[in-house]
Design a protein around this ligand. Structure first.
Ligand SMILES: C[S@@+](CC[C@H](N)C(=O)[O-])C[C@H]1O[C@@H](n2cnc3c(N)ncnc32)[C@H](O)[C@@H]1O
Length: 273
């Protein structure tokens, strides 16, 4: 992930934001809400989604905590998307859970962040410890896109193999897998959750130009992969990338726009009482 928060913001397609908003509205109506809600936004990024999209859907909010491992995002969120009911914290919950947080959250949301975590099983166990009994975990994000399959292919090219290795370590197990529904149900069950809702929806994203598409890819790629490529080789890398993605549901249209076919994921889990 590129730590430049402002770039990440400007490269996000609007249709993506509209999708998140409509799904939050849908799940809000399905969930039960207490009088004073403590809510966690896992992988809050630069904070725009937390404040401007998630916050308006939080009923009876007491506190919304956004956590991220990237200091640049947390710093930006604190400056640009602050709010009296929101606290942004730089913390890696995979490594440390503040003891005072255990069993205190009514809901945990994760918006386009779950696919960044390889050990989903461990993460769900962490969420289970953080939630109150009967609390919800809602993940919205991408289940299948061109990124992993293209990385696998590009990593076999002699000019890139020394830089791009072990790509599967950077993505969660449900991403691009054959049976995402049964895989996630098994994970949920083993971590103390019931699956409350699961849906996969095909979607098309359109980018105005090749450079817009490349900038978007740059902003979503795991930093650990992209930073290994020497800067003088990046232009060449993106040329190869644009060739390869066309075999993975990305279309470079005659009018110069780019479209990609992806599959969106909604997963709502309920912590067993
Ligand atoms: C694709 S971004 C999405 C950000 C934001 N939710 C949004 O939709 O704009 C994924 C975020 O997850 C964060 N992340 C990755 N691993 C994390 C971890 N172990 N703990 C907290 N955040 C993490 C990344 O730093 C990144 O900001």
């Amino acid at each position: 992930m590129n730590p430049l928060a402002t770039q990440f913001l400007s490269r996000r397609p609007q249709t993506n934001l509209d999708w998140i908003n409509s799904k939050l509205a849908f799940h809000k109506a399905r969930m039960t809400w207490s009088n004073e809600e403590n809510i966690l936004d896992f992988g809050c990024g630069p904070g725009n989604i937390t404040r401007d999209i998630l916050l308006p859907h939080c009923i009876n909010l007491k506190k919304l905590i956004g956590v991220d491992i990237q200091p640049a995002f947390v710093e930006y969120a604190n400056k640009a998307f602050n709010h009296e009911n929101i606290e942004y914290r730089e913390i890696n919950l995979m490594e440390r859970i503040p003891t005072e947080w255990e069993g205190t959250f009514h809901k945990i949301f994760s918006i386009f962040a779950l696919h960044c975590i390889r050990d989903t099983s461990q993460l769900l166990k962490v969420f289970h410890r953080l939630l109150k009994p009967g609390g919800y975990f809602l993940a919205l994000g991408v289940c299948t896109e061109e990124v992993l399959s293209s990385f696998k292919e590009i990593s076999k090219l002699p000019q890139w193999m020394e830089y791009i290795q072990n790509v599967e370590d950077f993505f969660w197990v449900v991403y691009d897998c054959k049976n995402p529904c049964s895989t996630s149900k098994k994970l949920a069950d083993a971590s103390g959750f019931d699956t409350d809702f699961f849906a996969l929806t095909p979607s098309t994203q359109v980018f105005s130009s090749k450079s817009h598409y490349i900038q978007f890819c740059e902003s979503i790629m795991p930093e650990a992969i992209i930073k290994r490529i020497p800067s003088e080789k990046l232009e060449h890398f993106w040329e190869d990338w644009c060739e390869i993605v066309q075999k993975h549901r990305v279309t470079f249209r005659p009018d110069g726009t780019i479209s990609r076919e992806i599959i969106m994921l909604e997963m709502c889990l309920k912590s067993k009482n």
